[in-house]
Design a protein around this ligand. Structure first.
Ligand SMILES: *Cc1c(COP(=O)(O)O)cnc(C)c1O
Length: 357
């Protein structure tokens, strides 16, 4: 008998499709919620020198202690809390799910939302429960409380601002959900830099809470660095599942460099917020488009001929994210990541041409 992948690998894995990342060479990238601004030229040389001094023949510091100390300082974190780094917050999500995996264990998130929660849950064969948001994408607190009561999730992801919908939830509403959850709640603040408020302070109020953040949306997507913040008693358990050298030395050094020059990063974030608000205003002038408000660096746009628009933009080498196959609430929707002013102008011209044609 021949040995094939199908005779060795789990049938549910064989049946899955891999997460698609499209080739973006030569395109304007408004599809992945990245910071459109590269590190300022003035800082690149200084970073290059730091990276050149790295001893690549040695393993990284497995605990990333220097970076951790720098980040704690940056966050103004009190000594009662610790940080656990992941190779992107994707890895933090995978660690959380591995740590709770078992028969009948349920993971919950508020849909439509970030697809990685579901991918990671399926990888461990956990039950993934998606509780639907309201039609305007706000969190339906009563429906979520009822679902928590019914399903008793061991892990609940809440995502303010949410991907792809860009909306946020109040501290009061989040606290009601946390108090009702018979497991761990993870507030995924991937987009906190662009939002009106953040929820890190809720750690003081809730014992079953971790906050997750990432360098990916503020200019460090290529570093692959995310982290969990919270009580050490949770993080020490996850640390047992973390592979010993998950954060490479180049990433540790570059991330510390970003924190040391955070004023430059903050200036870019501020620029993105202003550009986002301008772009949303201008897009709202097209009567065919419904543009949803956002506290993130991206936002959802609904349009009757969405597939034609999506294809047209791709022809013009502008990449936006299709959201119309993501979830029924996102029917006829695309998600647009804010670009630079120049990129946003190209997008607006292309959309104007589309509706004129
Ligand atoms: C982009 C994103 C992340 C970040 O993932 P990384 O692995 O850190 O790049 C996490 N959560 C949400 C909701 C996101 O949209």
């Amino acid at each position: 008998m021949s040995i094939t992948p199908a005779s060795v690998i789990r049938a549910d894995v064989i049946a899955q499709k891999a997460y698609q990342v499209h080739d973006s060479t030569g395109c304007i990238k408004m599809d992945a919620n990245e910071n459109p601004h590269p590190l300022p030229e003035s800082l690149r040389q200084a970073l290059a020198e730091k990276l050149a001094a790295v001893e690549l023949n040695r393993y990284p510091d497995g605990a990333a202690s220097q970076l951790k100390a720098r980040l704690k300082q940056h966050l103004g974190l009190s000594d009662q809390y610790d940080i656990l780094f992941g190779n992107g917050s994707d890895e933090c999500i995978a660690l959380l799910i591995q740590a709770i995996a078992g028969d009948g264990v349920k993971v919950m998130a508020l849909e439509p939302t970030f697809v990685v929660y579901g991918i990671a849950a399926r990888a461990q064969r956990l039950d993934y429960i998606g509780v639907e948001l309201n039609a305007d994408f706000s969190v339906n607190v009563e429906r979520t409380l009822a679902a928590i009561q019914e399903h008793q999730p061991k892990l609940l992801f809440i995502t303010p601002p949410n991907n792809p919908t860009g909306n946020i939830i109040s501290a009061e509403d989040v606290s009601r959900l946390i108090r009702a959850t018979p497991g761990l709640v993870v507030i995924d603040e991937a987009y906190e830099a662009f939002a009106s408020h953040r929820l890190l302070h809720l750690l003081d109020e809730h014992q079953n809470l971790l906050i997750m953040r990432t360098f990916s949306k503020i200019g460090g997507a290529g570093l692959r660095l995310g982290y969990l913040v919270g009580r050490p008693e949770w993080l020490v358990e996850l640390d047992k599942l973390r592979m010993p050298y998950n954060i490479n030395t180049l990433t540790q050094v570059a991330a510390e460099f970003m924190l040391d020059h955070y004023d430059a990063i903050q200036a870019q974030v501020d620029e993105v917020v202003t550009a986002r608000d301008n772009l949303i205003d201008k897009l709202r002038q097209f009567k065919e488009l419904t543009v949803y408000p956002s506290q993130a660096n991206m936002f959802v746009v609904r349009c009757p001929r969405v597939q034609a628009l999506h294809a047209y933009l791709r022809e013009r080498k502008i990449l936006v994210r299709q959201a119309y196959n993501w979830h029924p609430l996102l029917e006829n929707c695309i998600r647009i990541s804010t670009g630079t002013d120049a990129e946003n102008a190209v997008l607006l011209a292309a959309i104007s041409d589309f509706f004129a044609s």
